[in-house]
Design a protein around this ligand. Structure first.
Ligand SMILES: Nc1nc2c(c(=O)[nH]1)N[C@H]1C(S)=C(S)[C@@H](COP(=O)(O)OP(=O)(O)OC[C@H]3O[C@@H](n4cnc5c(=O)[nH]c(N)nc54)[C@H](O)[C@@H]3O)O[C@H]1N2
Ligand SMILES: Nc1nc2c(c(=O)[nH]1)N[C@H]1C(S)=C(S)[C@@H](COP(=O)(O)OP(=O)(O)OC[C@H]3O[C@@H](n4cnc5c(=O)[nH]c(N)nc54)[C@H](O)[C@@H]3O)O[C@H]1N2
Ligand SMILES: [Mo]
Length: 692
């Protein structure tokens, strides 16, 4: 195969294969049509089985984002008070030299006063934490605990089945019964939903477990609208019924699990009546779900669970995932390739992260670790045992913390510190960029090289640049390379170019020519990962009881851990609020793309008719949602999507594009989950009132 390593020339018509960079399980293969150096259309690669030629609405508008009139195209330096959003254009050289000088001064005094803040604006291994990680390791800056999304479930999977490994997504098409548990697949995992539709056409039964009646719940055969944060109680009551009716796979339990007697005793405490009370659903719903799940497994059918993030964003998120992850081992559902469970498959890829990120550059230094999910407190409370010295400089890339981090009143207060030196690498002047001292224009996925693994399917994808950088944009790698040079870092790793780093990610374990030619490579993996047990836990078994958790002072068995904030009638904050993503945004990305914002309309709160009537609120009214942390105004929509007692504040709007310059995270809190140190966005009590 004759393949080219060069970006396409500036003249002529070409198609270039790439990878969708966004934080989404689907990681699609993209084909960009380029005419005379301009990207005219991005479409789904028909040759990539997981993409199947189909993109979501958001990413099919990627050129609108790339050539957006408000894209930052030159370095900007603050010219007004912090947070005023006033900037003047400066040259790259001036910006980089000043940033390097200021970081250098702080580093000489105390390197840990510098904090990188990044997440998954791009999931690429090179533009994500490649060169950036090398740079901050060399400095000895504080390390960031990247917990804002998936770490509660990750820790729970690790403790139970040994890692982020599960069913191959394509085999859901062969399943007979699918539980979609804590996920709005049509909005956030569209390519999984295609497999569900195939299964449905073949007669499968689909059940959705979600407090909100989502687009997905509407299209399932049944929807169980439990209260937020009660999934472990439901899972334990299902176990109770599996035991009582002997819908168990005794051979699988005996050979491939650990701690069965203890789990059995725990589950027998969880009668359907006890769980129904906590979950806010009926005893019959629990008994019938257990019967369907148990009888299908007993009848040797393919029984699958698509577990996702909804249940993780509460106090007991880790325990909830642990409880659900026990079910396929109790029933032997893992024996089949179309049975078992999928939360994430990110653990199947063996990328050379150490080569890309070079933690060895730290030498003997062991910098403190700061949790990104509590950035508000970290910026405001220096000297505390958890945080140590004051954070003096923040370098933000691939993230928009002022919009997405919890308890944004505190986050804003922290970013507004006049003595904080903040650099933001961005495509747009986001809510976070408003608080920067320097905004540096970043390239988009159409303008740089990268390589991607995924958490939804199991392929590796290459991203080739389709066009030259727009304006004066520079890739993250290029910026950190230039800063390293100015700071006098002479380790040869700082001179490596992007293509070298892309090749380092998998070394010889993948054929790079195959990646260049096709745009993706498929790893060879077993079809049914745990058919013969072989869990990558210390015992090699599915650990119902985890000695590692017990040693860490935790409950060794899964249990229901109640939310921090369980609203009761008569409380000052009597409603539970969840804030799942809006379908046409990707966290806070795309909120500024007009055609997508027009589909979403405006920031919304969904409310049940009974809760609205009790407050004299009508659909379309402006309401104020509030608690002790803050207050946020938006439009209310009274509909069937909200269950009584729970309101849904769809996320994550840019604060400055909302009604009153704030968003739903004004109300969420900085407390962390039981495992994995993750945020508890959906563990949030509020009150709602009519507002003029
Ligand atoms: N369109 C779109 N796609 C996305 C994203 C996006 O913002 N927009 N975000 C991406 C990212 S970063 C991620 S992490 C994934 C998230 O992937 P998913 O978790 O699959 O996506 P969500 O749509 O957030 O689904 C969460 C669902 O859980 C429900 N839920 C809330 N609380 C509970 C609870 O206590 N128990 C249960 N059972 N359900 C609960 C919510 O109502 C929501 O429908 O999606 C990715 N894909
Ligand atoms: N209330 C509430 N809050 C939530 C959630 C929720 O469900 N409810 N979901 C949470 C979840 S699951 C997550 S993962 C987090 C996500 O939080 P973030 O990871 O911060 O995600 P985004 O809001 O998409 O912001 C990513 C930013 O990176 C920028 N970017 C993209 N590519 C590049 C690049 O190549 N270079 C540079 N320099 N910048 C780039 C984009 O322009 C965008 O502004 O939000 C969390 N916040
Ligand atoms: Mo996420």
């Amino acid at each position: 195969m004759q393949v080219s390593y060069l970006p396409p020339p500036a003249h002529g018509n070409f198609e270039v294969t790439g990878a969708c960079p966004h934080d989404c399980p689907d990681t699609c293969s993209l084909v960009t049509s380029v005419q005379d150096g301009v990207a005219v259309k991005v479409h789904g690669n028909p040759a990539h089985p997981h993409t199947g030629g189909v993109l979501c609405t958001k990413v099919s508008r990627y050129t609108e984002r790339t050539y957006h009139p408000e894209r930052v195209l030159r370095p900007l330096k603050r010219s007004g008070p912090k947070g005023s959003g006033q900037f003047v254009e400066v040259g790259w050289d001036e910006a980089l030299t000043d940033i390097a000088t200021r970081l250098g001064k702080i580093a000489t005094r105390n390197a840990e006063a510098i904090l990188p803040y990044s997440y998954a604006g791009t999931m690429g291994l090179v533009q994500g934490d490649g060169m950036a990680a090398r740079f901050f390791h060399q400095i000895g800056a504080s390390l960031l605990d990247r917990t804002i999304c998936a770490s509660a479930g990750g820790a729970a999977l690790d403790a139970t089945i040994g890692g982020k490994i599960g069913m191959k997504v394509e085999f859901f098409a062969e399943s007979d019964l699918i539980l979609i548990w804590g996920s709005n697949s049509i909005a956030s995992n569209l390519h999984f939903w295609r497999h569900v539709q195939t299964a449905k056409r073949n007669g499968a039964r689909i059940i959705c477990i979600d407090p909100r009646k989502t687009e997905t719940a509407e299209k399932c055969h049944q929807h169980i609208a439990l209260l937020p944060g009660t999934d472990a109680a439901l899972a334990l009551a299902l176990m109770h019924e599996l035991i009582r009716n002997d819908w168990l796979d005794h051979a699988y339990i005996a050979q491939h699990t650990l701690g069965w007697d203890a789990l059995r005793a725990r589950a027998l405490e969880w009668t359907p009546a006890r769980a129904a009370e906590i979950c806010g659903i009926s005893v019959a719903e629990i008994e019938n779900l257990a019967r369907e799940y148990g009888e299908a497994c007993k009848a040797d059918k393919n029984v699958a669970i698509r577990l996702n993030y909804g249940m993780q964003r509460v106090h007991g998120g880790g325990n909830a995932v642990r409880a659900v992850a026990c079910l396929p081992a109790l029933t032997g559902a893992w024996r089949k390739r179309a049975g078992g469970m999928l939360l994430s498959n990110s653990g199947v890829h063996a990328a050379n992260k150490a080569t890309l990120q070079r933690p060895d550059l730290l030498g003997e230094r062991r910098p403190r670790i700061i949790n990104m999910s509590a950035i508000g407190n970290a910026l405001l409370e220096p000297g505390g045992p958890a945080f140590g010295p004051q954070i003096e400089a923040l370098v933000v890339y691939n993230s928009n913390p002022v919009a997405v981090a919890p308890d944004s009143g505190r986050v804003v207060q922290g970013f507004a510190r006049e003595d904080l030196f903040t650099v933001v690498l961005e495509h747009f002047q986001t809510d976070t960029a408003d608080y920067a001292d320097y905004i540096l224009p970043a390239t988009t996925q159409l303008e740089h090289w990268d390589i991607h693994t995924t958490y939804g399917h199991t392929d590796v994808l290459l991203n080739r640049p389709a066009i030259a950088p727009v304006g004066q944009a520079r890739s993250n790698t290029e910026v950190f390379r230039a800063l390293a040079q100015r700071m006098g870092f002479n380790n040869p790793c700082f001179a490596e170019d992007d293509l070298t780093m892309v090749r380092q990610a998998f070394g010889d374990t993948l054929s790079f020519d195959e990646l260049l030619g096709k745009g993706f490579a498929t790893a060879s993996l077993p079809d049914a990962p745990f058919a013969l047990g072989k869990f990558p836990t210390p015992s090699g078994k599915c650990e119902f009881f985890s000695q590692r958790l017990a040693d860490a002072g935790q409950d060794g068995l899964p249990d229901h851990v109640p939310n921090y904030e369980v609203p009761q009638a008569g409380d000052i904050y009597p409603l539970a609020m969840i804030s799942p993503p809006a379908r046409n945004f990707l966290n806070s990305s795309f909120v500024n793309v007009k055609s997508l914002r027009d589909i979403e309309g405006e920031p919304l709160l969904e409310m049940h008719a009974d809760d609205a009537a009790a407050r004299g609120i009508a659909s379309g009214d402006t309401v104020r949602i509030f608690n002790d942390r803050g207050s946020y105004r938006c439009t209310v929509r009274i509909n069937q999507r909200a269950r009584p007692g729970v309101v849904n504040g769809l996320g994550v709007w840019w604060r400055k594009l909302g009604l009153d310059g704030s968003n739903v995270n004004e109300l969420t809190n900085q407390r962390l989950t039981d495992m994995g140190r993750a945020p508890t966005f959906y563990d949030c009590a509020v009150q709602v009132e009519y507002c003029d």
